[in-house]
Write a protein that binds this ligand. Structure first.
Ligand code: FE
Length: 353
């Protein structure tokens, strides 16, 4: 298969016109050519944090529903999907792993465990009943299905969790934390360099205790950002683009089952969530994920920052995979052919897997 007359966007090599040749799922040839491109070709988007879609919730999804979910977002350019759990019983988490492991779709990558080793004070829409300190026997057998665990650095047993994660090829993302600057600094020194839906569900910035936000500014943390203009002001997004730079930002949706559907009452891992004007909140009025589609996050980020397409390919694909130690996010010979074709207004023309 040859994709001709396109503007190729690569996070390292930049933007140029040319053709891309694919064989058996691998990019085999990238040719520079002087011509007028019809479309933009970018590395397929990566959503490492999403709870649901189209009435499907990660905590109750059957294997077939995981596949339907994947197909919905594939059409919108996502080519690596990380369904995300919330704090729950060991038994239910075990069931999620089982159903996920039986699902097959080329974009289903790994699970992201958001909790249960987080802070009750920064629980957000997570069920406090299941929040706890870490010990290995509280987790079900992960069977290589889990790639990310969101945890708070101040929880009991955090150092053991760090060791467990290293032994099992899992990346820890700091989040839902009331931890101080010192807690985040110490975690960074232990090799943890990722923060979940920054700076939602974290201690706020104060000039005498600069907290996790200060730590993210001082150390090279990757940060997940929900660019829905609800969780973050567009000016905050612009500020992060200036301070952290496009090398350290990872776009996520944090989308829930209501995404792609009308306003109403939905579920997020057993909790009831009311969606009004597309904004999802618990009965207590706490934000409970988003109804953001990945492609809208892409457009919102571009609008907020006026970044280049090369930078856009970093925050939507390359950074997330680099941080997780996974191959992809490039348009270059030898890389997996997971690509998205867009028009000049960033509408998806097709996803190539
Ligand atoms: Fe969360």
């Amino acid at each position: 298969m040859i994709i001709e007359k396109i503007l190729i966007v690569d996070p390292i090599d930049g933007e140029y016109c040319g053709d891309v040749e694919i064989e058996e799922g691998i990019i085999v040839n990238v040719r520079k050519k002087e011509n007028f491109p019809r479309y933009v070709l970018m590395p397929g988007f990566v959503d490492p944090h999403t709870h649901g879609r189209a009435g499907i919730d990660c905590m109750s999804a059957s294997s077939v529903e995981f596949e339907i979910w994947a197909e919905h977002v594939r059409k919108e350019g996502v080519s690596f999907l990380f369904p995300t759990t919330i704090s729950s019983s060991k038994k239910l988490l075990e069931k999620v792993i089982y159903n996920f492991s039986k699902a097959y779709h080329p974009i289903l990558s790994f699970l992201h465990f958001e909790g249960p080793f987080i802070s009750k004070e920064k629980a957000g829409a997570q069920n406090k009943q299941y929040i706890m300190g870490f010990s290995k026997n509280k987790l079900p057998h992960l069977k290589n299905n889990v790639k990310i665990i969101t945890a708070a650095p101040e929880v009991k047993g955090f150092e053991k969790l760090v060791k467990f994660a290293k032994d099992n090829n899992i990346i820890i993302s700091l989040g839902h934390s009331n931890g101080t600057f010192k807690d985040f600094k110490s975690a960074f020194e232990q090799g943890i360099d990722r923060i979940t839906h920054f700076p939602n569900a974290l201690r706020t910035f104060y000039h005498r205790e600069i907290g996790p936000i200060g730590a993210a500014f001082l150390y090279k943390f990757y940060v997940e950002l929900i660019i829905d203009n609800v969780h973050l002001s567009p000016y905050f997004v612009k500020l992060m683009y200036k301070i952290l730079g496009p090398e350290r930002i990872i776009l996520i949706t944090d989308s829930i089952s209501a995404t792609g559907l009308k306003d109403g009452i939905y579920e997020l891992g057993g909790l009831l969530v009311k969606v009004e004007n597309g904004i999802a909140k618990t009965e207590e009025g706490i934000l409970a994920g988003s109804t953001l589609r990945y492609i809208d996050a892409v457009k919102n980020f571009k609008k907020a920052t006026n970044c280049s397409l090369k930078e856009l390919s970093m925050v939507t694909s390359y950074n997330a995979l680099k941080n997780l130690g996974m191959r992809g996010g490039r348009i270059k010979e030898g890389y997996p052919a997971k690509l998205v074709l867009l028009d000049e207004n960033l509408n998806v023309v097709s996803t190539i897997i």
